[in-house]
Ligand binder design. Structure first.
Ligand code: ASP
Length: 321
């Protein structure tokens, strides 16, 4: 009997509205989401691991200027890029995370290397980069590579209005999140989650969000669930969103839909948190939950077609690459 396998991705959530999108921009997002999810799916079809599938899918979005991760990362108050990423292997609760990364093209690959090639679960800043260059042979990527005019404009507007704001937001109270993530179940029954972000526009003082926090924005446990989150990182962390969903299923017998719904519409929402999660359970069922107008999201159906949706009220539909 063939073993089930599946994958789902997100490219961020928040105030994503039809009226603010041009048809071209929307088509670009749908195409990029399809490319990402199909890249991860191809790894699974060939019998690859859930970890490698999620990293492959996230890498495609890190390489795209459309998403707030890797190439398209938002800018800090000092006009630099500081990225966070994490990977969790549900097999043995193994995890790797990196934070405050400035010169690595694909932070998600470094997070996997922290998990697989170091005795640690999280490395930060210069130390993480020195591990990358000296122990893993990464090449140095100039900050210029990450710089996009779109993010610079967003930072300038944000500085005028004051305060920090979520990625892609034009005003501090306009909430958009462009973090990227993937969850997968492989043919051997292993679950994995991977998440990567540039964080918040205009962030300062070495601010770190939920993305590299295991149990905050990312979690996977075999036989249980894999979760990747996007949204206001401070609240995702304070509510330990990914870990809470897993715990409700593991110890409280909640099913995946109920656990995701209760957590995303529970304390997280009442404390002012806006965002969403993607999840896959041990049977390979996929779930998307959000409490805001939109979340860039995709999965692959039984026929191998990428199915993509952006707006909250929209069901997944086939996108040809
Ligand atoms: N969760 C990310 C952070 O707070 C932001 C996002 O989802 O876009 O760093």
């Amino acid at each position: 009997m063939s073993q089930p396998f599946s994958i789902a991705i997100h490219g961020g959530a928040g105030t994503i509205e039809r009226r603010l999108m041009t048809p071209e921009f929307e088509a670009d997002y749908r195409k990029a989401l399809a490319q990402s999810v199909l890249a991860g799916h191809a790894v699974l079809v060939q019998g690859g691991s859930a970890v490698d599938a999620t990293v492959a899918a996230v890498k495609v979005m890190e390489d795209s200027p459309l998403f707030n991760a890797g190439k398209g990362s938002v800018l800090t108050h000092d006009e630099t890029v500081e990225m966070d990423a994490s990977v969790m292997d549900g097999n043995g609760l193994n995890a790797g995370a990196v934070t405050l990364i400035r010169h690595i093209k694909n932070p998600i690959q470094l997070a996997r290397d922290v998990m697989q090639k170091s005795p640690h679960a999280m490395l930060a800043g210069e130390g993480a980069e020195s591990f990358a260059f000296k122990e893993c042979g990464y090449s140095y990527t100039e900050q210029d590579y990450f710089f996009t005019e779109r993010r610079y404009k967003e930072l300038r507007v944000m500085k005028k209005t004051g305060g920090v704001a979520l990625s892609e937001a034009r005003y501090p109270d306009e909430k958009k999140h462009g973090t990227v993530g993937a969850v997968a179940l492989d043919k051997n029954g292993n679950l994995a989650a991977a998440t990567s972000t540039g964080g918040l526009t205009n962030k300062r003082w070495g601010r770190v969000g939920d993305t590299p926090i295991i149990g905050g924005g990312n979690f996977a446990r075999n036989g249980n669930v894999a979760v990747s989150a996007t949204g206001m990182g401070e609240l995702l962390m304070r509510c330990t969103v990914a870990g809470d969903i897993a715990g409700r299923m593991q110890y409280g017998n909640a099913n995946m839909e109920q656990a995701c719904r209760d957590v995303i519409h529970g304390d997280f929402l009442s404390l002012g948190g806006e965002g969403g999660v993607i999840a896959i359970d041990a049977s390979g069922a996929v779930n998307f939950e959000l409490n805001c107008p939109g979340m860039y999201r995709a999965t692959v159906d039984a026929d191998g077609n990428a199915r993509v949706a952006i707006f909250a009220d929209e069901s997944l539909s086939v996108v040809s690459e």
